[in-house]
Design a protein around this ligand. Structure first.
Ligand SMILES: *Cc1c(COP(=O)(O)O)cnc(C)c1O
Length: 368
């Protein structure tokens, strides 16, 4: 069996350090809002080259609390339109609707799967106030172009960096392009905790303060509430796990890049296309996503040889029951992509042998 992602094997690489860090927290007697969180926030801010990092409970909260903070700060109002890629994971869109903002879906660039700056420009109306720029599958969106558009149109930019820790262009990483950036540390992400966790990075002092308050029942000081906040915390054990794993993130990315490089060289079948990369540094290969007109047959075929694959994502937001009646327009590129994409095994603990095997099976795939 070639696993899509073997988390047990992945975390086993760091097991001694993770166990020691966990034991430290247990022995400290301090489990929420302590030294591990403060250190992780500082270390992750440095990693992203951002001024602030605010730990929260998960990636969805990171996005949602940022938008909420902009509402509290008077920079957004309920009913404002927020541009977001049509082919993103549902969380990017839930964060918008949770705040009574209006998501406007934008079609992707077919080559990179990321939001197309040209379509983005076309979608701007008088009500448009922000962009959620998703770095989908681990590839940085076209941030230079997106930031230019945002500058001209005075739009806020929130990066959804849940899949792209460490991706960058010209040394400038995800988390330091937009006005703020939301990260997820869900166990399967490139920087994964051993439970739920998330964070926001930003260079905006006021935004950082408001997000921190919102995640703490709406108050900076205990028992003093400025906002009707929520409870969204990154606990000490997860912060400690993340501090260990942050030390190895560059190794993780290097391993993924090497394996992705093998796929891109070895996969050679007219029925399958491999992903394109705008800049090598821009992609951290959270997912290696191929495309085929015969995607469903291809998935069954690989499955019959015990090769696990996943579709990211089988139902786009505009076809989800949750958003019935919300989106009237059609999204032909998103539908096409959603019918053709297939994510094949890739992680830092996938072996080169496994990569060669998957590539060989892909090359042998044919349609009767
Ligand atoms: C995982 C993910 C999220 C949500 O993160 P959680 O920690 O699961 O809440 C948001 N956006 C994208 C693109 C993701 O992949």
């Amino acid at each position: 069996m070639i696993n899509f992602l073997d988390l047990k094997k992945l975390n086993a690489q760091y097991a001694d350090e993770l166990k020691a860090a966990c034991a430290n927290v247990i022995d400290s007697g301090w489990y929420i809002g302590g030294k591990e969180l403060a250190c992780f926030e500082q270390e992750f801010a440095i990693y992203c080259d951002a001024k602030h990092c605010i730990g929260v409970a998960n990636g969805l909260d990171a996005l949602s609390l940022t938008l909420r903070a902009w509402i509290e700060m008077g920079r957004l109002s309920p009913g404002d339109e927020v541009l977001v890629p049509a082919n993103t994971y549902i969380a990017s869109i839930l964060a918008i609707t949770e705040n009574n903002l209006v998501p406007v879906l934008v079609e992707p660039d077919e080559a990179t799967f990321n939001i197309s700056p040209a379509y983005l420009k076309e979608a701007i109306t008088k009500k448009t106030k922000a962009i959620v720029a998703v770095h989908l599958y681990g590839q940085l969106a076209d941030m230079p172009a997106i930031m230019d558009i945002a500058g001209e149109e005075r739009l806020l930019v929130l990066e959804d960096s849940a899949q792209a820790h460490g991706a960058g262009i010209g040394g400038r990483k995800a988390g330091n392009w937009g006005d703020a950036s939301g990260f997820s540390f869900y166990p399967g992400k490139n920087l994964g905790a051993l439970g739920d966790a998330g964070a926001v990075t930003t260079n905006d002092d006021e935004l950082a303060t408001v997000i921190r308050a919102l995640g703490n029942y709406g108050g900076i000081k205990k028992y003093e509430n400025t906002y009707r906040g929520v409870n969204s915390r990154l606990d000490e054990i997860q912060a400690a796990m993340l501090r260990v794993k942050l030390r190895f993130i560059e190794q993780e990315i290097t391993a993924r890049r090497e394996l992705a490089g093998i796929y891109s060289v070895e996969i050679n079948n007219d029925l399958i296309s491999t992903p394109s990369v705008a800049h090598p540094e821009a992609h951290v290969w959270h997912l290696y996503v191929i495309r085929s007109k015969y995607r469903n047959q291809l998935q069954e075929y690989l499955n019959s040889y015990d090769i696990q694959t996943i579709i990211h994502y089988p139902i786009p937001a505009h076809r989800q029951l949750a958003y019935k009646g919300q989106f009237s327009d059609s999204y032909p590129l998103t539908d096409l992509i959603q019918d053709q994409v297939l994510s094949i095994p890739l992680s830092s603990v996938t072996t080169k042998q496994e990569i060669h095997t998957v590539a060989r099976y892909l090359n042998d795939f044919s349609i009767a």
